[in-house]
Design a protein around this ligand. Structure first.
Ligand code: PLP
Length: 375
């Protein structure tokens, strides 16, 4: 059996090695490292794939969130509601911009934003909602968009973990994750579902004015060369990364299918074990399994984590500490009683190896090892 990895980027590269090497060689030959034709090409390809009017590439997924918030003109003191259970980048940029983060609990079945908690958190100062499509499935966007409409709020989708997922509205309309709110953001970090070979990110929107504003912000606030109309940042996707993404985008649906197949294999393997809970998928979204995350309801999570490591099975705890309990984001405003689900998830979640190159033999070994432990 091949050594099990949490993600297998070398294995994935082997399938596209000639195209990647050729694209890199041609960039080396032209030395067009910044703003090469690959960047515009990828931008257009991604607009088509997502069926969105504007894709603005940038340097990483954290920048994408920050720039989206800058583009919307959010001001210090504005309250921005996001989830307590996510990667810190989501709340970090809110704090960096001197906006006020308002953390809310998540749904215990899907780990995504709890709609009642969202409604409860709205105040006259609320300006925006940032749902995170955690682990690969969409948050309840129909409900979130309805709340946003009622209170006149912006919606910024943090789509770093769910690119390629499809959302179905109750009228049957389908949209790609990240294209439903005012603006969506993603990350092309190597281990993400659509990853490049370094850092990368993008912002999506159907709003022409917002797209124009954001195109200036990513480029030092310039709309005309050396005329700086607003305070901007320097955040670009470079040509080498865009070349990788142009090669990988046509493969994304296949990558998602491989992850879904692996997820199904795991879930069938664990079907008869009552001590662990397999991922639940909402009926309004597909799940592209950025992570395959178990809940260890009746077994010691930390002991299982260590046991798997001892058996050569990598696994990870995403996330071990709720954001409201992190030193950087703790605040007297928060009440522990409002974070029951997140607090529980931080103690019980365990993510298993999940990538496009997993083999059934490896998965069977992981399943057998866990079932044996749960006996
Ligand atoms: C990865 C990730 C980010 C940040 O992306 P980077 O490209 O690493 O900056 C933001 N939000 C979520 C939910 C993520 O998983």
């Amino acid at each position: 059996m091949k050594k099990i990895q949490m993600v297998d980027l070398q294995g994935q590269y082997q399938h596209i090695k000639p195209q990647i090497n050729e694209a890199f060689q041609s960039i080396l030959d032209t030395a067009y490292y910044i703003g090469g034709p690959e960047v515009k090409g990828f931008q257009a390809d991604l607009e088509k794939y997502l069926n969105v009017k504007h894709v603005i590439p940038c340097a990483n997924g954290t920048d994408a969130l920050q720039i989206a918030m800058m583009g919307l003109g959010l001001k210090p003191g504005d309250e921005v509601i996001t989830v307590d259970f996510t990667f810190a980048a989501t709340v970090e940029v809110i704090a960096l911009l001197r906006l006020t983060p308002v953390l809310v609990d998540v749904d215990k079945a899907t780990f995504n934003m709890d709609i009642d908690a969202l409604k409860k958190a709205i105040t006259p100062k609320t300006k925006a909602i940032v749902p995170v499509h955690l682990f690969g499935q969409c948050a309840n966007m129909e409900a979130i968009m309805a709340v946003a409409k009622q209170h006149n709020l912006f919606v910024i989708e943090d789509n770093a973990q769910a690119i390629g997922a499809d959302y179905t509205f109750s009228d049957g309309r389908k949209q790609k994750s990240g294209t439903m709110g005012n603006v969506g953001t993603t990350s092309f970090f190597p281990s993400k579902n659509l990853g490049c070979y370094g850092d990368g990110g993008a912002i999506f929107t159907n709003d022409d004015d917002l797209a124009h504003t954001i195109r200036g912000i990513v480029n030092h606030g310039m709309y005309k060369r050396y005329y700086h109309d607003v305070v901007g940042v320097n955040s670009r996707l470079d040509s080498l990364q865009a070349a990788v993404l142009q090669i990988k985008l046509p493969l994304l649906d296949g990558y998602c299918a491989a992850r879904q197949k692996a997820a199904k294999f795991y879930s069938e393997g664990f079907a008869d074990c009552s001590k662990i809970e397999t991922p639940k998928i909402s009926d309004f979204t597909t799940h592209v399994f950025h992570q395959y995350t178990l809940k260890t309801n009746n077994v010691n999570r930390n002991a299982l984590h260590q046991h798997l490591l001892d058996k050569g099975i990598p696994n990870a705890i995403y996330y071990p500490v709720a954001l409201h309990a992190q030193k950087a984001y703790a605040d007297d405003r928060y009440d522990e009683a409002d974070f029951k689900v997140t607090n529980d998830l931080c103690k019980t979640v365990l993510s298993l190896p999940m990538h496009t190159e997993l083999e059934e033999e490896q998965q069977q070994f992981i399943i057998d090892t866990i079932l044996e432990f749960c006996k």
